[in-house]
Design a protein around this ligand. Structure first.
Ligand SMILES: *[C@@H]1O[C@H](CO)[C@@H](O)[C@H](O)[C@H]1NC(C)=O
Ligand SMILES: *[C@@H]1O[C@H](CO)[C@@H](O)[C@H](O)[C@H]1NC(C)=O
Length: 195
């Protein structure tokens, strides 16, 4: 009876130890991705920063992919301190950070879509994804405001020009009339003198 009791304990101990080791192993290989904001809205020509903090007891491989209803394309893949490979289409606009974050500048309308970050621990054989939604808006409001302001400025300018032309016309008419009036008596006197 006592023997059996001890053997049961042993089994429990071994099982507990096994579970503990498994838990530790999993923890060691576990990838965690912290990201404050998964849904972002920007305007055309603005910049966006996909802020994440990748934690892993490994050297993770960071991979960003763009997806929309019609396309799926690789943006870049990097392993902090080892290599950085950004796709040619994005090379001038993407900024790769060691914590997994990615900055994308000079946004276009076509940048609207899903951005998927895949973090892979190649040794541990595990990987994890997070998705972000980016909406890029046209700067319609500012355009309209700009247009209306320029239209108003042009209208004012046109009004001023018309006023100036009208005034000049009047002044010219007056000057001509005044000259005529001034010349008339002179003519008269010269004519009189000649006579
Ligand atoms: C990741 O790193 C960048 C630049 O070093 C920093 O601006 C950003 O806040 C970091 N993100 C997080 C979630 O820690
Ligand atoms: C970078 O990635 C592209 C495709 O994603 C691949 O064709 C190219 O060989 C890679 N370059 C380097 C230096 O790893």
């Amino acid at each position: 009876m006592l023997m059996l009791y001890y053997r049961l304990w042993d089994v429990h101990d071994v099982a507990a130890l096994f579970c503990f080791l498994l838990y530790m192993c999993q923890r060691a290989g576990a990838i965690s991705i912290e990201s404050p904001d998964h849904s972002l809205t920007r305007s055309v020509q603005e910049d966006v920063f996909f802020s994440v903090d990748v934690a892993c007891n490994c050297t993770p491989t960071i991979q960003w992919t763009f997806m929309s209803s019609s396309v799926s394309r690789a943006i870049g893949i990097w392993r902090p301190g080892v290599f950085t490979n950004v796709t040619a289409d994005y090379s001038s606009r993407v900024e790769a950070h060691d914590n997994g974050s990615m900055g994308l500048s000079d946004l276009r309308l076509q940048d609207t879509g899903y951005y998927v970050l895949t973090v892979t621990d190649e040794l541990g054989g595990s990987s994890k994804d997070v998705g972000f939604v980016l909406k890029v808006n046209e700067v319609l409001y500012e355009d309209l405001q700009y247009l209306s302001v320029s239209a108003l400025a042009l209208a004012c300018l046109a009004g001023l020009l018309m006023l100036a032309m009208w005034l000049l016309n009047k002044a010219y008419g007056k000057i001509v009339a005044w000259r005529r009036r001034k010349e008339m008596p002179e003519n008269d006197t010269t004519e009189l003198q000649r006579l």
